[in-house]
Design a protein around this ligand. Structure first.
Ligand SMILES: Nc1ncnc2c1ncn2[C@@H]1O[C@H](COP(=O)(O)OP(=O)(O)OP(=O)(O)O)[C@@H](O)[C@H]1O
Length: 738
């Protein structure tokens, strides 16, 4: 039975991969004389790294427990009312000295971060931040305290600036004085939300060739697709695949197989053989033939208990997924313990074999630089060629986030889990980008859950009745909350090295960045856009862009960002098209360019015919105008379900002002309802701030212009990752930690 529960209605697949036949280049970066398996060797560095991570993990877990205990001493049900302000403000700032200096915003409670500018006066812990803050004028909350700047004026300027220019002008400047942050107590965070990142953990590839990736994009790269096809081909040529021979395990059991406990081996193989015989009566189950078949399209034909690989090493147990590239199988591996693995069997077609070689080089680079899997990327265990199918052997994980959401009574994740997943995703992509790798296909289907253990809460009958039949059946009327939202990023089948060939269209539609839709050059920032789409999906429980074509996609992007495409970007689109720079999507003119006015450089939506009649369908108008909204308003609407009608984030307001509006509404409601005992959801300031800053980060990730979009590294330093929340995700974690 397939583990892949397909209950969703959408069919989402990545961009057409026909171009990938020409792709794939050199792995100038992989250690040439060494196989990647050499990295399994215990080196001193690895041991040190292990110890560091173990220390960090136990430190973070202890801190979470402490902070929960602390919260619970006051009131087990609600976050306690904090006496201290969460952020630096005029009154709370403590003057230290007068020297201006550049201040690092690294998370302050990271034991391993020696570069942090943390003031380490005494043992710090998870719930107390002593931190130096830079001043960021586009960030409404953090203002200089005793500087000569008039706070009101600065705030006014800031509001105007943030409304007009979004976050692109978010320049950090240093305060004229150095401040020590007031001790503050924040709500708890999961340890996964606080994972640290230092690129010095691994060696930057290509150092010898001096190709150190710059993980952003220049204006020039909007016009010219970077990357060389020749490098791709050259890289793929360097791939040497071991040919696995299909001899029967019953004739020539390999030495390592015979070293397994004989009873278990016989049991596995015996049962496989019995099932195989009964399943295929018409075929001879002669023991020296492999029962592994390929169809006319080059796909392996799935059959449970098939045996394949050298010496019949793998026994097929389940079909985990299938895509354009091939099939992913859950298999018993007779060589190693624990012996379940996932094997991606690539189609036996030259084009896909060629693309798989790039995937292989990417996976090898990841493996070389993170042999212990600290950065949430799938690890390649082995690779071989079997009957013209390239087979990639990896660890086996749970279902994808997409499948988990489909089978959940409430698809939305708790805020604490959104933050933990965001941290892992951004950190993982930061690692990839530092290695010069662009994933290009980040989506919930390509994010796997490491451990699916969860608690299940019964949903009220009314909620169950409102679910679709499919969801009702799949969820059994329950809301599932993972105990540990640890994830792994998979599917490097479309990933590229930044200096290799870039196909003109990448990503699955819903997660596709505007520069790709507009036919401009793309680079690392496209991954950041995709992550932002995924994060919104985790919060709202459905796809942010449920679209299938370019015009509606562009109209929705403008609606969600609350602003039109910047004219300089559209200008570049026209220029690139006019001068035929780089390769463009074949339908660019007919589905994108024709919808922009050449003079005003604005999108003409809704679409009109020559007579001026609107020809956009009513359904499409509804999807854009009714179903979606500016991001802060859209997310607020969903969160009202948890926090009541008063919850409303307005990204044009500074957080203090936004909060005072909400709290006055709450006060008013409490007075109205005091006699009627109405159960209005309580909302505290820190919970509001958690969501406010989440939306602030999203806004920076959804920057239209990729040259101005926040990088993964800067996103890890965003204020949001210093904020906690007390919700079901935290209590579930705490209850399971003993
Ligand atoms: N290591 C793994 N453990 C568990 N399941 C996996 C693993 N790798 C892949 N899968 C499952 O197989 C599915 C397809 O995997 P993958 O995306 O790598 O293949 P693909 O052929 O590139 O698919 P697509 O063309 O849809 O992108 C995944 O969505 C996931 O459900």
């Amino acid at each position: 039975m397939s583990q892949n529960i397909q209950i969703g209605t959408r069919k989402r697949s990545r961009a057409n991969m026909n171009n990938s036949s020409t792709t794939t280049g050199p792995s100038g970066n992989t250690s040439s004389n060494k196989t990647f398996l050499d990295n399994f060797e215990e080196s001193r560095t690895n041991r040190l790294l292990d110890e560091m991570f173990a220390r960090q993990n136990s430190f973070l877990t202890d801190n979470l427990r402490n902070s929960l205990d602390l919260n619970q001493t006051d009131n087990p049900l609600r976050p306690r009312q904090h006496q201290h302000q969460l952020f630096l403000d005029n009154e709370n700032a403590i003057e230290l000295d007068d020297e201006p200096r550049i201040i690092n915003t690294t998370i302050s409670n990271n034991n391993n971060n020696h570069n942090s500018s943390r003031v380490d006066e005494e043992a710090d812990d998870d719930i107390i931040f002593i931190k130096e803050q830079p001043i960021q004028f586009s960030s409404p909350l953090i203002l200089p305290s005793s500087s000569s700047i008039n706070t009101d004026n600065a705030a006014t300027r800031n509001n105007a600036g943030s409304a007009a220019t979004a976050t692109s002008n978010s320049t950090y400047i240093t305060t004229p004085k150095k401040f020590k942050k007031q001790r503050t107590i924040s709500l708890p965070q999961l340890p996964l939300s606080k994972l640290s990142y230092q690129s010095s953990y691994f060696g930057v590839p290509d150092q010898s060739n001096a190709i150190v990736p710059r993980v952003t994009q220049t204006e020039n790269e909007l016009l010219h697709l970077t990357g060389s096809c020749a490098k791709t081909l050259e890289g793929n040529k360097s791939v040497n695949l071991t040919i696995a021979h299909s001899t029967s395990p019953f004739y020539n059991p390999p030495a390592h197989v015979t070293s397994l406990p004989q009873s278990s081996l016989k049991r596995q193989i015996g049962s496989s053989l019995r099932k195989f015989k009964s399943n295929s009566s018409s075929e001879s189950a002669s023991s020296n033939k492999s029962n592994f078949k390929t169809d006319k399209d080059g796909h392996y034909v799935y059959q449970e208990n098939d045996i394949f690989g050298s010496g019949g090493r793998f026994i097929v147990k389940d079909l985990l997924g299938q895509g354009t590239f091939g099939k992913v199988l859950k298999c018993i591996d007779n060589k190693y313990e624990p012996n379940y693995v996932a094997v991606k069997v690539i189609r036996a077609v030259d084009r896909y074999r060629e693309a798989a070689k790039t995937e292989l080089r990417i996976l090898q680079t990841i493996m070389n630089n993170d042999p212990k899997g600290q950065f949430q990327c799938l690890l390649l265990r082995e690779c071989f060629d079997y009957k013209n199918h390239i087979c990639l052997v990896t660890d086996l994980y749970g279902r994808s986030i997409y499948d988990f959401m489909c089978s959940n009574g409430i698809a939305r994740f708790p805020g604490s889990h959104v933050q933990a997943i965001a941290r892992q995703l951004i950190r993982s992509v930061c690692f990839l980008h530092d290695l010069g790798i662009i994933h290009t296909d980040l989506k919930p289907e390509n994010i796997l859950i490491c451990d699916e253990t969860h608690i299940a809460q019964n949903l009220p009958l009314k909620t169950v009745q409102s679910l679709s039949k499919r969801r009702r059946e799949a969820s059994k009327g329950k809301r599932k909350i993972l105990k540990t939202p640890e994830i792994k990023i998979i599917d490097f089948g479309s990933a590229i090295f930044h200096y290799e060939y870039h196909p003109p269209v990448i990503s699955t539609r819903h997660y596709r960045a505007p520069e790709i839709v507009l036919g401009l050059g793309w680079s690392f920032p496209c991954d950041i856009w995709s992550i932002a789409c995924v994060l919104v999906e985790l919060v709202i429980g459905e796809s942010l862009y449920p679209i299938h074509e370019n015009l509606e996609h562009m109209a929705m992007m403008q609606r969600i960002n609350g602003s039109p495409f910047p004219t300089d970007i559209i200008d570049k689109m026209f220029y690139k098209s006019k001068h035929k720079l780089g390769n463009s999507p074949s339908d660019l003119n007919s589905t994108v360019i024709k919808h922009f006015d050449r003079k005003t450089l604005s999108l003409q939506w809704p679409e009109k015919n020559k007579r001026g009649d609107t020809i956009t369908t009513e359904k499409s108008m509804k999807r854009v105008l009714q179903s979606c909204d500016r991001l802060d308003i859209y997310i607020s609407k969903v969160l009202k379900q948890d926090y009541g009608d008063s919850f409303s984030i307005n990204w044009n307001l500074p957080p203090e002002k936004n909060w005072s509006l909400i709290s006055s509404k709450l006060l008013w409601k409490r007075q109205i309802h005091s006699s009627s005992n109405s159960a209005t959801n309580e909302l505290d300031k820190e919970t509001f701030l958690f969501w406010y800053w989440f939306i602030d980060l999203l806004r920076k990730m959804f920057e239209f212009d990729p040259t101005k979009r926040i990088t993964a590294k800067d996103a890890l330093d965003h204020e949001w990752f210093n904020l906690g929340i007390l919700d079901d995700g935290i209590t579930t974690y705490n209850n399971t930690q003993g």
